[in-house]
Write a protein that binds this ligand. Structure first.
Ligand code: SAH
Length: 261
């Protein structure tokens, strides 16, 4: 019996997969990839004879069958999915039945779209003394949110929010943020297809106009919404600086020196 490797493909650009992920693709006997969000460019690195299928039209049952059948007769079977497999990737649904059948599984992490979106926009999600917390979440669509995790509750913390799966629900997102007391001029960043060559779009707005702006830019799914008090900090001059690099701050790798005047 072979092994199942669940590989995070990264946010889109084919060279934003990990080296380990790329090497597994290059050795794979079979690859089941999430065609809706994974670039087919990754598949050009698969060896000749590798069996490849797109899971976007499959049910969970069909995916389990496809994988299970190949794991029984092949050595390296790869499930290639978008971003990092631990976020909204149905990892538990996929791995539980296979592990019960004795299948050995290893997960290779990937660059999440939350981080690709922040990178593209040159934004830091944390800022000293402003927010030290990032909440990765989504808004309620067809999938209900567990009690206490509605956006208005999470937003009450005043931390950075990276909101997945919600680009078509921006009206609802803004309403919830207003309910949490956020102001109309709170900056909001929306990145569509972060890192996808030629397809990436960056929309910057305020709570008051971001929904309209995205509508005008025809942003559909595949977009990351980021908002919070750290956003657009580079445009403010009075940001607190990280203690880590302060001259008087000693740590394991640097002894403190005299403070500069
Ligand atoms: N595991 C993935 C998330 C899968 S859920 C990850 O770690 O990124 C799918 C959602 O992720 C989309 O609705 C969108 O909100 C976001 N997403 C995925 N790829 C994206 C990209 N390249 N740019 C912006 N958002 C993306």
């Amino acid at each position: 019996m072979g092994k199942l490797w669940i590989v995070g493909a990264g946010p889109g650009a084919a060279d934003l997969i990990t080296v380990r992920g790329r090497e597994l693709i290059a050795r794979a006997d079979a690859i089941l990839y999430a065609g809706s969000l994974v670039s087919t460019e990754h598949l050009t690195f698969a060896p000749p004879g590798c069996e490849i299928a797109d899971s976007s039209g499959m049910t969970l049952e069909e995916m389990l069958q496809w994988l299970g059948e190949r794991i029984r007769r092949m050595e390296i079977v790869v499930r290639l999915q978008t971003g990092d497999p631990s976020l909204y990737g149905a990892l538990t649904e996929l791995t539980t039945p296979l592990r019960q059948q004795g299948v050995v599984i290893e997960v290779i992490p990937g660059v999440s779209s939350a981080f690709a979106a922040a990178a593209t926009a040159i934004e830091s999600l944390t800022l000293p003394e402003v927010t030290q917390t990032v909440i990765l979440t989504r808004t309620e669509g067809r999938t209900p949110m567990p009690e206490g995790e509605q956006l208005r509750h999470l937003a009450a913390h005043g931390a950075t929010l990276c909101i997945f799966l919600s680009a078509t629900l921006l009206g609802k997102v803004t309403q919830e943020l207003y309910q949490a007391g956020w102001s109309e001029d709170q900056p909001v960043l929306v990145v569509h297809k972060a890192s996808w060559p030629g397809e990436e779009k960056i929309i910057r707005g305020r709570l008051a106009d971001i929904a309209q702006q995205c509508k005008e830019a025809r942003i559909g799914s595949q977009a990351m919404i980021i908002t919070g008090p750290a956003l657009e900090a580079s445009q403010r001059m009075d940001n607190p600086v990280s203690r880590l690099y302060a001259p008087e701050f000693s740590h394991q790798f640097r002894k403190s020196g005299p403070s500069s005047p």
